[in-house]
Design a protein around this ligand. Sequence first.
Ligand code: GLU
Length: 411
Amino acid sequence: MQNQQYENAKAQLSRVNQYLNLDEQTLSRLMVPDRFVEVNFPVVMENGGVKVFRGFRSQHNNALGPYKGGLRFSPEVSEEEVKALSMWMTWKCAVVDIPFGGGKGGVIVDTKALTEGELERLSKAFAARIADLIGENKDVPAPDMYTNGQIMAWMLEEYQKVTGLKSNAVFTDKPVEMGGSEGRTEATGQGGVFVLEELSKMEGLEPSRTRVAVQGIGNVGYYFAKLVREMGFKIVAISDSRGGIYSEEGIDVEEALAYKETNGSLQGYQKAKEISNEELLELEVEVLVPAAVENVIMEGNAEKIKAKYIIEMANGPVDPRADLILFKRGIRSVPDVLANAGGVTVSYFEWYQNMHQENWSKEEVTDKLRPIMGQAFKSVWEIAKEHQVDLRMGAYILAVKRVVEKLVSGC
Ligand code: GLU
């Protein structure tokens, strides 16, 4: 199923071409990454043995600025997945109009099976292998699934060691004391909240009467759920990879997460009923928020979705066939390249602060993020209305056009 993503990404690009009529050369150029690199590197394990790990970096397009995008550590990482995700980063940066292109990378590894020392050595070894590909004006990685600020800190340390360069702008979402930006950790969730705010204005959604189900309570899903609840929306369901919980009265997200931290999972939480991840997707709610993994809404279950709106906080949670079914059924899905773009937008703020030796407060970051998300949402909504297409196609029309204009003028 994982290898499906690159096919999905290419299918989406083919679909948008019905509205853009790009020449064959431009289209085929955008179907593939500018550069794709595989690295294999040894890591000394705790038992003294050496294990070889495989990693990738895909640089899709840099017409708008340096390649930008996360590095994920997961057993599911593959060449195809990384290529798809790098293409999505190109569109994501273009939708929010920040001066970055698209990149993505990853290592095939189950981080749960590593000790802290092994994780540090693996992160540093990978950073050393990709050091000549990346740089503050070349390619700027960030965290993604199963990576975090600590891992960026290790990588930055190693990058500076092997290149002799002092800049810290080459990685984003670093710890604040290493040049990270205030507000970056919650940025993706916060950006999604601004999207929900705009959607609510547009469609007249009243927070107290709007039920929200969030699949995945990792960094992105957690901040989204927490902030949305503070605004008065009702979070009726949340889940982690093992399953979910549901309560018509609403869930106290922080209490449920504290329970998960003590007990290892949400299962057994007394104030809500246990449900499966599949059931969560099919709940009768106003807003459904897939914030976990790819391809959870597909041809097989798109007919069963009862939500009126979907906010895609994960990358690639809805596949192209499901897009058509949802659109026909009048369900509006705010695409990933718009809904979760708050993360990379604040990564841009961090990069900018590093490049200009500035330090913005969390309030400044939030105040600058809101209009960017708001403007992107309104533009996408208008284009979708004008062309009578779903919001993903609206976002793609906007993004691909922006990239192609630069490609044509800059080549
Ligand atoms: N990994 C995040 C994403 O998929 C953030 C990327 C970044 O900040 O560069 O959007």
